[in-house]
Design a protein around this ligand. Structure first.
Ligand code: HEC
Ligand code: HEC
Ligand code: HEC
Ligand code: HEC
Length: 413
């Protein structure tokens, strides 16, 4: 995508934007082939020039059609309306085409561009691109939302209350207290919710989790899943090798050595032996309801249970398949690869993000996600972002200083 845009830039796009005067020139000519090869909305590029005179015409079009929402200075004061001032000219033009074709949803902008011809779109795009960009939002300004906390750090903070029983980093030192490391976060969250709702009967855990929000349950589970696993530092009485034989029946769901790959069936490797025996007892007597485990546990006598618990407790636990989420700074590095350093795009086809309104960026990122706004590149990017990432990134870019870019003709080869 980026490469394609670059190629187009080199062969077909020459724009000079200097202090109020803009020249936008699409000159396919001998390079028409390269332009033709460009798919999606870049298809319609053709030779168009916008001279200073035409930028002035662009201003008149803006005056007649766009001012009531975008202002004559292209600096928005209304929720949901983006700044246009200083935005990259080819990007503005292509977005106007996208509104015309419906590729950006059919609502607000539809009426405004419906009756404008291509020349008018180029001129009005050149006009807004030529303006001074909006100033950045102050870091301490009322509009700058406080950064959403890092989920792992938030999880660590919430897990402080659990260490007394479950051990530092979720490695138990107390017989009867389960390890919380090496468990899939989905399993951990389900277990916590089930205590909280009373479905899994345990008054102590119910009260422990009463004040823990869903968000914190997710954070705590993520925190434990990212800790280096270790076996519970608790004793295990029982015959491991007898346990190993009996555990063959459990391998299908819990893994050969108690390392499960199915988030629904927890890993048992390295788990505290006494807890394992208690859990099997709980399935048996129904205080923990699970039809599969109930019938399996019913067939186990105390000795076999003890042996299996000793076997599993001795197995080396493995980290679940979870990656540490990227920080906002790490995301910014990825976004900047296309959107330019601190969101100051130097590619006329790629929008600058610096100084753009945060709430607009939040909205537009959701629109990419729901495909109301179609862009395969941004669909993939936005799918990978959490709500907190979206808010943090939008707030970050809104605080960056927007810089106008001067596009120079590329010498022919
Ligand atoms: C009724 C209010 C309204 C009018 C009139 C209007 N716009 Fe918009 N414009 C919006 C809103 C709202 C959005 C954001 C819509 C969205 O989220 O897709 C927008 C988005 C845009 C965008 C996309 C910017 C970006 O960063 O992606 C461009 C370009 C644009 N308008 C240009 C114009 C031009 C040029 C005119 C006049 C011909 C105009 N608009 C008239 C409300 C308006
Ligand atoms: C006072 C001791 C204590 C504290 C503090 C405590 N727990 Fe527990 N936790 C237990 C006990 C005992 C069990 C086993 C209950 C059972 O048999 O179902 C347990 C079980 C669990 C389980 C189920 C593990 C599994 O393998 O299914 C999870 C998850 C859990 N606790 C999370 C937490 C979290 C998160 C906190 C801190 C917010 C916490 N616990 C605080 C004692 C405690
Ligand atoms: C058909 C799949 C399946 C088989 C076979 C199976 N389990 Fe399970 N096991 C599960 C599921 C699913 C859970 C989680 C149930 C729940 O949410 O309470 C579970 C939970 C457990 C737990 C609770 C762990 C914890 O952290 O709280 C223990 C202990 C356990 N199984 C032991 C065994 C043993 C021992 C065997 C072999 C005799 C066995 N399981 C066979 C599916 C299976
Ligand atoms: C591979 C290149 C690429 C990367 C990486 C990328 N973007 Fe984009 N982005 C684009 C393109 C292309 C568009 C214009 C899409 C369209 O036609 O609407 C865009 C548009 C946007 C817009 C809409 C701008 C406006 O004015 O409406 C936002 C906001 C945005 N990107 C944010 C991000 C964020 C945040 C990241 C990092 C998580 C990111 N992008 C990463 C290529 C990229």
């Amino acid at each position: 995508m980026k490469q394609r845009a670059r190629n187009l830039y080199r062969v077909a796009f020459v724009a000079i934007v200097v202090a109020g005067a803009a020249i936008v020139e699409y000159s396919p000519g001998a390079n028409a082939q390269a332009v033709g090869a460009a798919a999606d909305k870049k298809d319609g590029l053709r030779a168009v020039q916008a001279t200073a005179v035409e930028v002035a015409e662009g201003k008149r079009i803006a005056q007649a059609t766009c001012v009531r929402c975008h202002g004559l200075d292209g600096i928005s004061t209304a929720k949901g309306v983006p700044h246009l001032a200083g935005q990259r000219p080819a990007y503005l033009y292509l977005e106007l085409r996208a509104y015309q074709s419906g590729a950006r949803g059919k609502k607000v902008m539809d009426g405004a561009v419906e009756f404008l011809g291509d020349d008018a779109l180029v001129k009005v795009a050149a006009y807004y691109a030529s303006l001074d960009p909006a100033p950045p939002v102050a870091a301490s300004g009322a509009k700058a939302a406080p950064a959403k906390p890092d989920p792992v750090r938030a999880g660590k903070a919430a897990a402080a209350a659990c260490a007394g029983c479950h051990g530092e980093g979720g490695i138990s030192k107390t017989p009867g207290m389960p390890n919380l490391v090496a468990l899939d976060p989905k399993y951990l969250v389900a277990a916590m919710k089930s205590y909280k709702s009373g479905q899994r009967k345990h008054d102590l855990m119910k009260s422990m989790l009463a004040a823990v929000s869903d968000a914190d349950m997710n954070n705590v589970a993520l925190y434990y899943a990212l800790q280096t696993p270790a076996r519970a530092q608790t004793p295990a009485a029982g015959n491991r090798s007898a346990g190993k034989t009996a555990a063959a029946a459990c391998a299908g769901c819990h893994g050969n050595q108690g390392v499960s790959t199915n988030p629904a069936a927890p890993s048992l490797a390295g788990q505290d032996a006494q807890y394992l025996a208690t859990a099997l007892q709980a399935y048996k007597n129904g205080s923990r309801s699970d039809a599969t485990m109930k019938s399996l546990a019913a067939a186990l006598d105390d000795r076999v249970t003890k042996d299996m618990a000793a076997f599993y407790a001795a197995q080396p636990p493995q980290p679940p398949d979870v990656r540490k989420p990227l920080t906002t700074a790490e995301w910014v590095q990825k976004c900047d690869r296309c959107h330019g350093v601190n969101g100051n795009s130097t590619d006329p086809f790629l929008p600058a993000l610096a100084g753009q309104r945060a709430e607009y960026m939040v909205k537009v990122l959701h629109d990419y996600r729901t495909r109301v706004h179609q862009s395969s590149t941004m669909a993939a990017m936005s799918d990978a972002l959490t709500e907190a990432d979206i808010e943090n990134l939008a707030a970050y870019y809104a605080r960056q200083k927007a810089r106008a870019v001067v596009f120079m003709p590329v010498p022919g080869q």
